[in-house]
Write a protein that binds this ligand. Structure first.
Ligand code: ATP
Ligand code: MG
Length: 357
């Protein structure tokens, strides 16, 4: 069966890093007979420029027809002055919502070669291998009412609303517990139950779901403590499950523990395992077009796609092994500059090396 993959390069460094991911898919096709058919679509600023909207109907249709979506990144200063409804980021949110991608999986893995690039001492992060499961289609990023309004006394106020329903909490909790079964069998649920009612419900529902997974250990943590623990002793975590806003912040924090935001992939899954795969970093307008962006997060996103949506776990392992091989050989993009015994390379050279490996 031929896998159908929709490729959305997006903006900034998006096209540069996606080109390298395509090289890797091409290498798998040539070397291992991977049957994959790539389609291309527009999203974000590129789509605004071409069609006036960040998520054209055609892109959503192609995404629905595909087995998986590979995305670069969206956004940039060029579109920053647009009203929020028409911003490039709306394209991403629209895809996540439109495809029902409620579960965001973000592994944070420390590659031994990059320990020196971590913001923490090597002995604190050595062996770090955790997974953040972030709820992606609910919470304060989507809740109503929202907006900027003017009170009767003339004072303006900004409003957003954090809402989670029981079914929303239950399904993301199940994703976390299932993932924990394939890993270290520990789940830490992060909330702010001492202040927020939505978090009190979150805690109650996660605890209820845990009863179905007696083989998995559940702990709860307030988000402020979780942030502290992440930078104090990150290896205590196996799977961390949390809502949209807290997960956004904590996963960027976890990213830096591993050395570079340029190394970390993500998967966003629906209930049936279809997914969108993208690096966790943004479009990095400050380095776009210079050929220095690290393509490894996008290449590792391809590995996650192979494993979670295409049923090609064996090839996923080969991609991950190839990434380890080029790191061990000393290749480094500037964001993971490694000092002695390493060689600085650009985006293309890194992609070529992984494809060759
Ligand atoms: P977004 O809101 O889209 O997440 P952001 O404002 O968080 O974007 P990023 O685009 O992720 O920002 O960039 C943050 C910093 O990390 C920038 O200095 C950028 O150059 C750097 N960076 C991001 N991705 C990469 C990459 N693949 N390789 C090297 N540096 C990167
Ligand atoms: Mg960001």
């Amino acid at each position: 069966m031929t896998h159908k993959v929709l490729v959305l390069a997006g903006d900034g460094i998006g096209p540069e890093i996606v080109a390298e991911a395509r090289k890797v898919l091409e290498a798998l096709r040539r070397g291992f007979g991977l049957a994959v058919e790539l389609e291309e679509g527009l999203v974000g600023g590129a789509a605004i420029d071409a069609t006036g909207t960040p998520l054209p109907e055609a892109t959503l249709r192609l995404a629905r027809e595909a087995d998986a979506v590979l995305l670069g990144a969206v956004g940039g200063p060029k579109w920053d002055d647009l009203p929020s409804e028409r911003r490039p980021e709306k394209g991403l949110l629209g895809l996540r919502g439109g495809l029902g991608l409620f579960a965001n999986l973000r592994p944070a893995v420390l590659y031994p070669e990059l320990a020196a690039a971590s913001t923490l001492r090597a002995e604190v992060v050595a062996g770090l291998d955790m997974l953040i499961v972030r709820e992606l289609t609910g919470g304060i990023y989507f809740g109503e009412p929202r907006g900027i309004r003017t009170r009767p006394d003339g004072v303006r106020e900004g409003v957003n609303t954090m809402v989670y329903s029981e079914p929303e909490i239950e399904r993301i909790a199940r994703v976390a517990f299932e993932a924990a079964r394939r890993r270290g069998r520990r789940v830490c649920s992060v909330d702010k139950a001492n202040v927020l009612e939505v978090s009190a419900l979150w805690r109650e529902v996660v605890t209820r779901v845990a009863a179905d997974y007696p083989d998995v250990e559940l702990a709860h943590m307030y988000v402020d403590n979780a942030a502290m623990q992440l930078v104090r002793a990150p290896r205590q975590f196996d799977v961390m499950v949390t809502g949209n806003l807290f997960g956004d912040i904590l996963s960027d924090c976890a990213a830096m523990l591993t050395g570079s935001i340029g190394m970390l992939p993500s998967a966003s899954l629906d209930a049936a395992g279809k997914g969108m795969y993208e690096p966790i970093h943004g479009s990095a307008p400050d380095i776009a077009g210079r050929g220095v962006a690290n393509p490894l997060a996008t290449i590792l996103s391809v590995a996650m796609m192979l494993r979670h949506s295409l049923g090609e776990g064996e090839l996923a392992g080969r991609v991950e092994a190839a990434v380890r091989e080029v790191l061990a050989a000393g290749l480094r993009t500037p964001d993971i500059d490694g000092g002695e015994g390493t060689r600085r390379v650009g985006t293309k050279e890194m992609g070529d090396a992984v494809a060759a490996a």
